[in-house]
Design a protein around this ligand. Structure first.
Ligand code: PLP
Length: 390
């Protein structure tokens, strides 16, 4: 059975070109980039090149890029640094639908005495801009708001948010882990101080990420140690993965037009076909302001986890909109924040595509899913009630 992988917001395959570029740095060129000898120096040169490529992906200068171990570390480093830079301020603004990398950090910070405003979203997942502006205060140390949501793909008005924060002299960090490589991300177009990205979302390996820190922004290292990364992140570099991230950044620039056309076309085909063929199905999130590769669909009256299991037997890898907490299948915090009705939030599935998907795969999903939904609904105690409403 072939695998149809449509879970690219969870992680992506390492691009063959990326792997080719990485492999010699495990076996042949294994020097330490900090060494004085030429063997290590050549590795340092390759890291410099990777830094240039990752910087180019987001419109930054190479000196503004710090390599990290993942998107989560980048987020933690950014938030902690901003708080340390303004120790007298005790307020943070974020959104209610951030990734746990930011959300759980904010919860931890509340226990450390910070006050956190979680800006709500509307039923389409749109950021409540008025609520945000009213929340800004003299005590606000940082605004940290994601560029695009991992579950729904909804894109936030980060330029407006950044400009509003800048007007008040408040630093702005954005978690752009899902936006980079899918839509244009250019730090020159908005007053953003720090931006997080992650390698494994853009066809580089897992375990490498980057943090952009705008020149002039005060930065306090999160991982303290050696002088690596110009003293901003200690620890011997994850050389092969950084080189992989450099290559993946270069590929992401090349792939961007195809994501906007081919990938968008496949996503639209999939979502329109499913909406037409499956009754009581609906899209979660603003369809206009969305990443071109993502669709979250709610199928009324069934459990997302059951759908996932059944499509998994058919070789289809996707995600549900549930978080399995203490045995009960609660809808995710994102769908709850959007107040998606219980009956469709529970049966929500996210498909996230990449340039490696094909139209044949979309047709396969569109043929395989409707009979599964029908079968599950026949077994669902909620289905009759759903029909009654029709
Ligand atoms: N931020 C967002 C929006 C994400 O989607 C993810 C991963 O899913 C992360 C942060 C964490 O990235 P990493 O897995 O590299 O730690």
């Amino acid at each position: 059975m072939t695998t149809v992988y449509v879970d690219n917001n969870a992680t992506t395959r390492v691009a063959p070109e990326v792997l080719d570029e990485m492999l010699p740095y495990f076996s042949e060129y294994y020097g330490n980039p900090s060494s004085v000898h030429a063997f290590g120096g050549n590795v340092a040169k390759k890291i410099r090149e990777a830094r240039e490529k990752t910087a180019a992906l987001v419109g930054a200068s190479p000196e503004e890029i710090i390599f990290t171990s993942c998107g989560t570390e980048s987020d933690n480093a950014a938030v902690r640094s901003a708080l340390k830079s303004a120790p007298e301020k005790k307020h943070i603004i974020t959104s209610a639908v951030e990734h746990p990398a930011v959300l759980n950090l904010c919860t931890a910070l509340e226990k450390e005495g910070y006050r956190v405003t979680y800006v709500p979203v509307d039923t389409s997942g749109n950021f409540d801009f008025d609520y945000f502006t009213q929340s800004l205060s003299d005590d606000t140390a940082l605004v940290t708001v994601m560029w695009a949501n991992n579950e729904t793909g909804v894109v936030f008005p980060v330029k407006d948010i950044a400009e509003k924060a800048a007007e008040k002299g408040i630093p702005f960090h954005t978690d752009a882990v899902q936006a980079v490589g899918k839509i244009p991300v250019d730090v020159r177009e908005l007053p953003v101080n720090m931006l997080s990205l992650s390698g494994h979302k853009i066809h580089a390996p897992k375990g490498v990420g980057a943090l952009y820190v705008k020149k002039g922004t005060r930065f306090h290292p999160f991982v303290v140690g050696g002088h690596q990364e110009s003293g901003r992140r200690g620890g011997t570099e994850n050389v092969a993965s950084i080189i992989g991230l450099g290559k993946a950044s270069e590929l992401a620039v090349d792939h961007l037009p195809r994501v906007d056309t081919d990938v968008r076309h496949m996503r639209d085909y999939l979502e329109n076909t499913l909406l037409e063929t499956v009754s009581f199905s609906s899209i979660n999130g603003n369809r206009e302001r969305r990443l071109p590769n993502t669709v979250s669909i709610g199928f009324d009256a069934i459990e997302g986890e059951s759908i996932l299991m059944h499509i998994d037997y058919a070789g289809i890898c996707a995600s549900s909109g549930s978080a399995c907490t203490s045995g009960s299948l609660e809808p995710s915090h994102v769908l709850r924040a959007m107040e998606v009705p219980f009956k469709s939030a529970h049966g929500s599935i996210r498909f996230s595509l990449s340039v490696y998907n094909t139209m044949e795969e979309m047709k396969y999903i569109a043929e395989t899913l409707p009979p599964i939904i029908r079968k599950l609904r026949m077994m669902s105690p909620f289905w009759d009630r759903c029909n009654d409403k029709a």
